[in-house]
Each structure stands twice: as C-alpha cells, then as structure tokens.
Design a protein around this ligand. Structure first.
Ligand code: SAT
Ligand code: MN
Length: 603
C-alpha cells in the first residue's frame, strides 16, 4: 500500500517503526465505514470477535480479552522524563534512554506475522484550536475499530499534519509476534512483566507494549489526552483534566456548564448523563471522562471533550442507573468482557434484566448463580468489562458537543466517596480554596481486610494515575490558571453522594436527584440564593436546596449538612500527611489553604 501522505516526518517515523517491528504488511487507516466493516469481518472470521444479533444489537460486536489483560496496568505505566524529579511521587520513572533500550529490544520483530496499522486521529473536533493531531501505530485490529469510535480517525488529519508538520506519535504493539504457521491466540498480548505503558514527555512520545486493553492500547485516551496533554497544557497555559462536562439548562433557557472530577467508581458517566428531577431543568452531555480547557478571548475557561465516544464500565449500567448510556450502546457498539447470551445479545451484572446464561467473559458456558470450587459466585462479566459507544448516539448529547470553540465552564465539582464526615455539598470561599478541595479529594478505603484501619485514599483531582509530570507542579499549575482567570474562574464545589447512617442506610437518594444539588450550585452562581458560612466552606441555607417531593426526614438532612469540626481536623491531618510526599514542590498556596482551614476549624 502506498502511503497517503507526503509529510516527511511522518513517513520517516513509519519507516523507522516498520524496520524495527517488521510487520508482514503496513495498512494506512482512513476511518471509513468500509474499513470498520472489513476489519470486523476479518476478526469475526478469525474468532476474535462475535457478531451480535443484528435485530437486537445492530452493527455490534463482542470481544473477550485474555484473563491476564483486563485493565490499565498502573504499576507498568511510566513517565520517562529526562530528570526523575520531573515525574514526581505519583508516577513510576525509568531513565528514558534505558527504557527506550529495553523497549526497542521488545519491539524488535514484534509485529512479525501481523499487520501494522497507521491510524491518523484527532483528539477534539478536527481542526479545533484546542484539538491535537496524532498517529497511532498498532498491530491490533481491535484497537483500530475502537479508535474509530473513541477518536476522530480521518485522512483529514493527514492534511493537517502536512500543513503543520506536527503530530503526536503513539506506538502500540500487543507484543505477540507470530512464527510462520503459528496459530494466533484469540486475544494476543504479552505477560505482565513485559508490559510497558511509557510516556516520554520531553518528546511528546508514547510507547506501549504488551497489552491490548483499554487505556493501555487506545493511546488517545489516558496516555495522550491526559498524561501527555497535562504536561503540554502546563507549558502552554491550559488544562487537561479527568473531568466530565455537562450542560445544565434552566426552564428559562439559561445554560450552565459544569466540569466534574471524581475518582473511579463514583458515577462520573452517570452524572454526565443524569436525568434531572428538578422540573424544567435539563442535563445534556458533552463528555464523560476528559476535559481540555483553555482561556477564551473573553477570559473565561472554555472546555472541549477531546474524545468522540464513551469507554464505559458495563456492570451496573441499567435502565435505572443510566438509561442514556444503555441507549448509547443500543447499536454500533463494541463490548469487551461481557456475557454473550444464546441469542447473541449482551449481558452484565446489575444490568437490571434477567439472564438465563450464556458465554462468560472467559469464554466458558455460564449461568447466573454458578459457583467456583470454593463456593464463590462466578461473575459472567468482568467487573472492568466495557462498552465502546459513539457519543453521537447518546440521546442527551449536547447539540454543541463538537463546537470547536468549546463551552464556557461556570462550575467545577470535586468529590469522592465517603460514608461519613463529608457533607452532601459545600462551596469554596474562593478559587484557591477550590483547588485545595480538588487536591484533597478523597475516598474511604474499601472494606478489604488489608485496608482496615487504613487512612483515607487521596486522589487529587481524580488525576493520580494521569498526571504526566510532578504532582506538586501540577497543583501549582492550578494556582497559576486561577491567577490567569481571575474573577472569571469557575466557582468550585465539593460533593459527596455517598453518606450513610450509622446502620448503613444511604442518606441521599443519588442518581437523578443529584440534579437538585446542581441546581443549588447554579442558583449560587446566579446569586439567587445565599449560603451559610461554615469552617469548611459555604453551605445551603435550609429550604434553598429544593427537596420537594423527596421523603428525607429532617434528622437525615441535618446529618447530610453537618460539619463535624473534630472529624474534619482528622481529615486535614490525613491530607497533610498525604501532601507531605510532594516535598518542596507542594505549592505555598496549598500550605496557606491548610493553615486557614485549620484556623477556621479551631475557631
Ligand atoms: O482503560 S481506560 O483507562 O480507558 C478506562 C479507565 O481505566 O478509566
Ligand atoms: Mn476515566
């Protein structure tokens, strides 16, 4: 196949990788439907993909991964900056020269017997001033079809690369060369000790080896749009954040844009597609995972969703929890590691529908309630099984979700999962206190035996595994952005949907009812409601956060709104311990925030 570009930089890079990886052939991708259908056809023929029932799940496919390759591998993920101190305490570091030597050895001949795909893609609407052009080279056809959904794969990107002579190179191999005559496995990958997810921030370069799953392999997502982009953003004066973006519109038609950061398993995708229970107020989705934000000409912060699809966790997605996500994958979707039913549809735990059985994610016959030899229930779908769905199919996708200029952010929301202490909602006194809230976002350790007695788990801005440089410098970048934005900075709030009573009952109904909290935030922005000052921030005045139609006893509400100064002192002490690991890079402004909070709690 002759190369469909004249860009020398790109041709040289492709030639260099071809010589190193020695694929049987090189295919330049164009993102067309024809290409998608052809690759799916080939994968169905090879047994890697299952074509689902055309009536029930049109144009959709299921895949099962190798049981060793089911999620991101954080302990094999590296920020290979030239200086170790630039990777900081939240990242693994290897000297880039050493890591390149190790990985080059692995890459040598690694695509033997395979096709090498060259995938031109844009993160963000093609040509948007906030978007980035990139090329992923991969030997996985599964990666190609997923990239078709998650990014904008197009030859138009080649035209932009020719014009700007610039792209972000992303190299990926599953790390499983084939000898002549050797039968391929259904999900080729390399053993864990050979997996590397490597980032070279000084070169804006990504090298991934050995895994075919999710963020390890779809390099536009966490590797580019968060780790590499966060580092570019800090130098270029913008922000790459692990945030959903939504539009919340009032009955009068006033639009508010909210960006929210939550650690995993806190319902980010559900909030992004929330169905409002506040009469007349409506949520529209712009993104469910990543926000790229830049100050606009009017000095406000404008956000785009760099992705084109959702790579959502399947288990727990139901008509009750997130009907909009279900609708998004009703057709044209890819499912990985779910149950395939005898009528060739999909199923997963807590989907809210009965299942008689089928083939589980390990390709074994499966029935609900089945137990292993130790008497433990066997799950049909892997807990990290996923749907890959086109954002445009989401029934509540915002009409402006692809606006190249982005949407102006009014509100930042931070949060974590805490069954006690943290109230339902509080607002920061200032943007700088908002940064403190984001930086100390925390969740309780799980009930797993090893965690008993453990301290809170901190996950600053839900970015711990995704900050592509020193986390102290990252926090300083937030303060710098605050200075740039001045009084145009978004208002900051902290929420906790997960409070429980002492006997384990949820205090707050959650899901669609969370819209009541969002409405209170918009009323605050609008100056329609006041707030009561507490040591930790500004909180709703009773009656001003609407509870109409909810059956919440006054005592439960009091509990949801309680600020226990002693408990907060303990949380602050934990936060100080955690932040100590940033050493001299902990911003002075963060220390000021901690001292001010301490003083307010003592008063
Ligand atoms: O596998 S991904 O990194 O894309 C999803 C996730 O872990 O959040
Ligand atoms: Mn995520």
């Amino acid at each position: 196949m002759s190369a469909p570009t004249t860009n020398k930089k790109l041709l040289d890079w492709v030639a260099e990788i071809t010589a190193m990886c020695t694929p049987d052939q090189v295919v330049w991708c164009d993102g067309s439907k024809e290409e998608y259908d052809r690759l799916m056809g080939e994968m169905v023929a090879s047994g890697m993909a299952i074509k689902l029932n055309e009536e029930k799940r049109p144009n959709s496919y299921a895949f099962n991964s190798d049981p060793s390759d089911v999620a991101r591998v954080e302990n094999r993920t590296y920020i290979a900056s030239v200086k170790e101190e630039d990777a900081g305490p939240t990242n693994n570091w290897i000297d880039p020269v050493e890591l390149k030597a190790t990985m080059s050895e692995l890459y040598k001949g690694c695509m033997k017997g395979r096709t090498m795909y060259v995938i031109p893609f844009s993160m963000g609407p093609i040509g948007s001033p906030i978007a980035k052009n990139a090329i992923e080279i991969s030997d996985s056809p599964y990666v190609v079809v997923n990239m078709h959904i998650m990014a904008r794969v197009s030859t138009e990107v080649l035209r932009l690369i020719e014009k700007n002579d610039d792209f972000i190179p992303c190299l990926h191999s599953v790390g499983a060369p084939l000898e002549p005559g050797q039968e391929d496995s259904r999900w080729p990958c390399a053993p864990i000790e050979k997996k590397y997810i490597a980032h070279f921030p000084e070169e804006n370069l990504i090298w991934s080896y050995g895994s075919g799953y999710g963020g390890n392999a779809l390099l536009g997502k966490k590797c580019l749009a968060l780790r590499i982009a966060s580092n570019m953003a800090r130098h270029e004066g913008w922000m790459a954040e692990h945030m959903l973006i939504l539009r919340f519109t009032s009955p009068e038609g006033k639009k508010y844009h909210i960006a929210a950061a939550f650690p995993s398993a806190c319902g980010k995708t559900n909030l992004a597609m929330l169905q409002s229970t506040v009469p007349g107020w409506k949520v529209e989705t712009i993104g469910d995972d990543i926000a790229w934000m830049k100050p606009g000409p009017d000095g406000r912060l404008y956000a785009i969703n760099p992705e084109a699809g959702f790579f959502g966790v399947a288990p727990g997605t139901s008509e009750a929890s997130n009907p909009m996500a279900l609708a998004s994958c009703a057709r044209d979707a890819i499912f990985t590691n779910v149950v395939v039913t005898p009528d060739l549809d999909v199923w997963w735990e807590d989907m809210g529908v009965e299942c008689e059985g089928g083939t589980d994610w390990k390709n074994n016959p499966w029935k609900p309630g089945m137990k292993d030899k130790d008497g433990n229930k066997i799950k049909g779908a892997h807990p990290n099984s996923r749907f890959t769905a086109r954002a445009e199919l989401c029934p509540v996708i915002c009409p402006d979700w692809e606006d190249p200029a982005g949407v102006p952010i009014d509100i930042f929301v931070f949060g974590g999962k805490r069954t006690s202490v943290m109230p339902l909602v509080h607002e920061a006194f200032s943007f700088e206190q908002g940064i403190y809230m984001g930086a100390t976002a925390s969740s309780e350790p799980t009930a797993a035996a090893l965690d008993v007695g453990a301290k809170l788990r901190f996950d600053p801005f839900a970015m711990t595994p995704f900050i592509g440089y020193h986390a102290g410098d990252y926090m300083q970048h937030w303060f710098d952005m605050g200075e740039t934005l001045g009084d145009k900075a978004p208002r900051c709030f902290y929420v906790n949907w997960f409070r429980k009573t002492d006997d384990g009952k949820w205090l707050w109904p959650g899901f669609g009812e969370n819209s009541r909290v969002l409405k209170w935030m918009c009323d605050r922005v609008e100056g329609k409601v006041g707030a009561r000052e507490t040591p930790i921030g500004l909180m709703p005045i009773d009656g001003e956060l609407t509870l109409d139609g909810l059956d919440i006893p006054a005592s439960d509400w009091a509990e949801l709104m309680k600020v226990d100064a002693e408990a907060f002192k303990a949380t602050l002490a934990d936060a100080k311990d955690y932040l100590a690991k940033f050493g001299a890079k902990l911003p002075a402004k963060m220390k000021e925030q901690m001292a001010a909070l301490e003083k307010r709690l003592e008063a």
